[in-house]
Design a protein around this ligand. Structure first.
Ligand code: GLT
Ligand code: MN
Ligand code: MN
Length: 386
């Protein structure tokens, strides 16, 4: 019942199950896997697709021959397993050239190189089937505001995204861009820190229709925000092009924990929302196994992400089918005949009637909403006793 199937659209990046467990204080603890090995691992655990950065697949210094061999092996593994590549992205953060960012670097040569690298990576992604192209800023930010004008950085980022939209259109690629915000890490402050910031920015682009967002659960949580609310705003704006699922303890370093491993209640309401609205894109787990894990632990991690999603999906169905919960919600949202005429689109008549209406303010303030009972019922569903 909780086994993943292709219809669930579960995906992982090469960098997620391929994470070797390096951190700022310690060396790798797991052997690096080749892209083809990662594809086979993902197929074994039941994932639907695999995503990659250009350099997860082809090392930045690979020769033309190496590049060809790696892509051939990767393609063969995809063909053999049936895994698809729904999304691709560019690594604009690992190489020292990008230490001051990519599209927002103060060095014009870096900005030009970043555009070149991204065009090549887009070609590679499209060649392997990607329909969504993610832009995570990586190092688009600062440690000190003495370094850059934030509005100049916004302009530079806009110019880059406009350029790349036109490039994709010129190539007749069937591709949409998804911008991924993050508030901090690896730099002190990153530009476009939240989903809301990205949504505002998209409206200023030349081709806003081909650009949406890739919200990541941990990134909004790092900013202390409610991830569900960010996702809902993106969805409601028609901009939820992709999603990165994982988990995070607020106030800690960038953890990229297994989905549902910490904020289980937030994960529940998120899964419920995605399923209720009919989001039909990838469910991408952008996370990695604890550094304590070996190869078997990595599979436990990947299986756990998908299993938890499916368990929560079943809990969401229970919530929706629960007569007591649904009766409470219906009662809360009831609009009685005395109020109904007052609500709705503006008209001069409605405004005049509303201005003349009498409201019993004391009674409004005195009522209880019953959210304690409702929330307890939701918690009992999540805890499995209801
Ligand atoms: C990196 C980052 C993620 C981004 C990936 C795409 S790379 O792992 O932490 O949030 O989604 O660039
Ligand atoms: Mn991410
Ligand atoms: Mn992350």
């Amino acid at each position: 019942m909780y086994d993943p199937s292709p219809a669930d659209k579960f995906t992982f990046g090469l960098w997620t199950v391929g994470n070797v467990g390096r951190d700022p204080f310690g060396e790798p603890v797991r052997a690096a896997l080749s892209p083809a090995e990662i594809v086979r691992l993902l197929a074994e655990v039941g994932a639907w697709g695999v995503n990659f950065h250009d350099n997860d697949l082809v090392p930045i210094d690979a020769s033309a021959d190496e590049r060809e061999r790696i892509i051939r092996d990767f393609r063969a593994a995809l063909d053999a397993t049936g895994l698809v590549v729904p999304m691709a992205t560019t690594n604009l953060f690992t190489d020292p050239a990008f230490k001051d960012g990519a599209f927002t670097s103060n060095d014009a040569r870096v900005r030009a190189y970043a555009l070149q690298k991204t065009m090549r990576a887009i070609d590679l992604g499209v060649e392997l089937g990607a329909k969504t192209y993610v832009f995570w800023g990586g190092r688009e930010g600062v440690e000190t505001d003495a370094a850059k004008s934030p509005s100049e950085s916004i302009k530079r980022f806009r110019e880059a995204i406009n350029f790349l939209c036109d490039y994709a259109r010129d190539q007749r690629y069937d591709l949409r861009f998804a911008l991924e915000p993050k508030p901090n890490e690896p730099r002190g402050d990153l530009y476009f820190a939240t989903v809301g910031a990205m949504l505002g920015f998209i409206g200023t682009l030349e081709h806003p229709e081909m650009v949406g967002v890739n919200p990541e659960m941990a990134h909004e949580q790092m900013a202390g925000l409610n991830f569900l609310h960010a996702v809902a705003q993106a969805w409601e704006a028609g901009k939820l092009f992709h999603i990165d699922l994982n988990d995070q303890v607020i106030g800690r370093f960038d953890q990229d924990l297994r989905f549902g491993s910490h904020n289980i209640k937030s994960a529940f309401f998120l899964v419920k929302y995605l399923e209720d609205v009919g989001y039909d894109g990838s469910r991408h787990f952008d996370a990695h196994a604890y550094r304590t894990e070996d190869a078997a632990g990595v599979k436990d991690f990947a299986r756990g992400c998908m299993r938890t999603y499916l368990i929560l999906k079943e809990k969401a169905q229970r919530f929706n089918a629960d007569p007591e919960i649904q009766a409470l919600l219906a009662e809360l949202n009831a609009v009685d005949d005395s109020v109904a005429p007052h609500l709705g689109p503006y008209s001069a008549e409605r405004a005049a009637a509303l201005k003349a209406a009498h409201f019993d303010r004391q009674a409004l303030g005195a009522r209880g909403y019953g959210y304690e009972r409702l929330d307890q019922l939701a918690v009992e569903i999540v805890l499995g006793v209801r």
